[in-house]
Design a protein around this ligand. Structure first.
Ligand SMILES: [Zn+2]
Length: 74
């Protein structure tokens, strides 16, 4: 039983997380960008923090920024 035996394709699957620079926290990982964006939007609305989605390299996904003022009415 070694780590190498874990499904290798999973290591390369993209993962997305909502990240809040204000809290300096990232949410749970999602394999779907849409779910991470939803989490980011939820955090932005709840905490009034600008939040965005990062990929598995902690790089911000272009266009993923969720601003509190734009999600408040959703
Ligand atoms: Zn926050």
């Amino acid at each position: 039983m070694t780590a190498e035996n874990e499904a290798p394709e999973r290591r390369w699957a993209p993962t997305y997380r909502a990240h809040c620079p204000t809290c300096r926290k990232s949410g749970r990982k999602f394999s779907s960008y849409g779910n991470a964006e939803e989490a980011a939007r939820g955090h932005a609305g709840k905490h009034v923090h600008t939040t965005y989605v990062v990929d598995q390299y902690d790089i911000r996904v272009v266009g993923s920024v969720q601003r509190p003022d734009s999600v408040a009415e959703a």
